[in-house]
Design a protein around this ligand. Structure first.
Ligand code: C5P
Length: 239
């Protein structure tokens, strides 16, 4: 029997790199909140998906009000944000039963396509953990920040002998998808600062990851430059 589908949409970050008071997930991209766009992709891909939105307490009212006034009538389970992304995911998992496929998606990745989401939900029926990745196109340097002292800005220096083979490097994106009981078990581990995504939590718990090719435009909106790029992609897709 097919597993029931859930998506945890991560929107409890403070995201101040954009400037301003509003975390980036609530900023508008071509007339709609970035968070709304991120959720809408899942609804377009799988209308039967259950949406769990993770928010910090002070933003729950703001988000509910936005949904009401902007006509976004999507049923959502709200989970409380934690001190780190790890703790936020753990809170959201309490709302999800075993035996499901759960996608964990950054609320600031609104450009993922319904095609990728649909394909991943199908692929994840057969594997416990599925991660979208894109090959690294730039040459990578291993550098460390060196502080000159006297309050001068740190300069970047090569770490001697450290080289990485670009052929081996891929950037991980979201949504990452998991069998819910596998993700829950992995998240019963103690928190480690090395956990930067859900795949790293599952991998540290000894589960094998499967990979699928993601999308170049599925960017995480973290800076004003990303927003400019995202506006251009949305315009291009509108035709
Ligand atoms: O901080 P980072 O860019 O890795 O955040 C990725 C996603 O995780 C964002 O969508 C952010 O809102 C979310 N997040 C969260 N709870 C936190 C920190 C980040 O839901 N405590």
């Amino acid at each position: 029997m097919e597993r029931k589908k859930y998506v945890i949409v991560m929107a409890a970050g403070s995201g101040t790199r954009m400037g301003g008071d509003m975390p980036k997930q609530f900023l508008e991209l071509d007339g709609k909140a970035i968070l709304r766009r991120s959720i809408e992709v899942f609804l377009a891909a799988c209308p039967d998906v259950t949406v769990v939105t993770v928010l910090q307490e002070p933003f729950v009212g703001i988000w509910k009000n936005y949904c009401l006034t902007s006509g976004f009538h999507c049923p959502q389970v709200i989970a409380k944000g934690g001190i780190t992304r790890f703790h936020s995911v753990r809170n959201a998992l309490a709302k999800i039963p075993d035996g499901a496929v759960v996608a964990v998606h950054d609320g600031v990745r609104p450009l993922v396509t319904p095609e990728l989401v649909r394909r991943m939900f199908v692929e994840c029926e057969a594997v416990p953990a599925l991660v979208p990745v894109v090959p690294c196109v730039d040459t990578m340097k291993v550098l460390r920040k060196e502080n000159a002292g006297d309050g001068a800005a740190a300069s970047l220096c090569e770490v001697e002998g450290a080289r990485v083979d670009r052929e081996l490097l891929y950037a991980a994106q979201t949504p990452q998808m998991f069998h819910s009981e596998v993700l829950r078990e992995a998240y019963s581990q103690a928190y480690d600062m090395a956990f930067t995504d859900d795949a790293s939590v599952v991998s540290a718990h000894g589960k094998k990851l499967s990979f699928t090719i993601g999308e170049r435009f599925n960017i995480k909106i973290t800076s004003p430059d990303d927003l400019v790029l995202a506006e251009a992609v949305v315009r291009m897709r509108k035709g």
